[in-house]
Ligand binder design. Structure first.
Ligand SMILES: [Zn+2]
Length: 367
């Protein structure tokens, strides 16, 4: 902890510096300056920096420490939910031990803690692979393969996402999937010839009732129909209609049940056609034995620093959702405590930034 305490001014300075760089998720053209800034940060660790270009987005990696097959993967994302220009409008600032600004909590604070921890460990006992992705906030479509590939040969994955309030690790997360359902019917004059029409809207209403029936609150399974559209005017039987919805589930089994049910949806009306598209998703992160034992180890190490480290479940997803189902030990929520994720009062607590740096350094040194 002493070394991390000594690094406090450096931690603050580096986080303020990086908070000044916009990285709007989902806008590849605007991510370039952030990719360069984070590539520079990685290069300072002394290894070679690789730039992985996927769908116009740059993901960054570097490998440190000794040679070996099994590495520790430090997994972070440098993109934020904030549009270009936010950093200039709301620059990072430090008031009473709170460092606030866009992206500080999710997850620049976690990146700064991890990179500083890597500097604090004199000799890494095991190889470390660091991966900074640029599309987590929009679902990791372009980085998913890279994440899974690097996680498969990892002995442990450290994800420096924000923790639960109070600093608890996230050892379970819901899975998530988003869908579009499109219905094709047949247009007709609603007054002159209603029977020759097939209403896509009526069909969609019935289908959405089936979709909503997949909810299972006692198991944590939720459904949200986020948008509905269709038809043209009141005197025309609607020829088309569509809806977008998402589904969240706590267990792999529940996600499979809902997916199977969605795939077996059929149109009730002759002449109506359904087309279901799964847009994107992440599997649930269950508290597997590998996750539970990694959390226990982290708690033991935190105790050496005089810290109590709790754990809990989160409703949102992260890239840890891609890793836990593979049976690989993954610790999520290792970033500093704070608040206001995706909100105007986003901030991290500098005391926690120091503590997390010390904890991550211990985790790296204890491999
Ligand atoms: Zn995040």
């Amino acid at each position: 902890m002493d070394a991390a305490e000594l690094a406090r001014p450096e931690l603050v300075e580096r986080l303020l510096l990086l908070t000044a760089v916009d990285a709007p998720s989902g806008e590849p053209a605007a991510l370039g300056p952030a990719a360069d800034a984070f590539a520079h940060e990685l290069a300072e660790l002394g290894g070679e920096v690789q730039r992985h270009e996927r769908d116009g987005i740059t993901h960054l990696s570097t490998r440190l420490g000794p040679d070996g097959d099994k590495h520790v993967l430090v997994l972070c994302h440098y993109d934020t939910v904030w549009p270009a220009g936010t950093a200039a409008q709301r620059p990072g600032r430090l008031v009473d031990g709170r460092l606030s600004g866009p992206g500080t909590f999710d997850m620049r604070g976690g990146i700064v803690a991890a990179l500083t921890a890597l500097r604090l460990v004199d000799t890494l006992p095991a190889p470390v692979q660091v991966l900074l992705t640029g599309d987590e906030e929009t679902g990791s479509a372009s980085s998913e393969d890279l994440i899974v590939e690097m996680a498969r040969s990892a002995s442990l994955v450290l994800v420096t996402e924000p923790p639960l309030p109070g600093g608890a690790l996230k050892t379970a997360r819901k899975g998530w999937a988003s869908y579009t359902i499109a219905v094709e019917g047949r247009a007709a004059h609603a007054g002159l010839d209603p029977d020759s029409g097939v209403s896509a809207i009526d069909e969609l209403m019935d289908v959405l009732r089936d979709v909503n029936a997949l909810r299972a609150p006692e198991l944590g399974t939720t459904v949200n129909i986020g948008s509905v559209r269709g038809g043209t005017r009141t005197n025309v039987v609607a020829a088309d209609a569509s809806a977008e919805f998402e589904l969240r589930a706590t267990t792999v089994a529940e996600q499979a049940r809902t997916e199977e049910a969605l795939n077996s949806l059929r149109a009730r009306r002759d002449g109506a056609r359904l087309a279901l598209t799964r847009n994107h998703g992440r599997p649930p992160m269950e508290r597997t034995p590998a996750v539970a034992s990694a959390a226990r180890r982290a708690q033991e190490l935190a105790a050496l620093l005089g810290l109590q480290l709790d754990e809990g479940a989160a409703g949102g997803t992260s890239d840890a959702n891609l890793i836990a189902p593979l049976g690989i030990p993954v610790l999520d929520g290792l970033g500093p405590d704070g608040g206001g994720a995706h909100a105007l009062d986003e901030h991290v607590l500098v005391d926690s930034l120091v503590q997390r740096t010390a904890l991550i350094a211990l985790l790296l040194a204890a491999q």
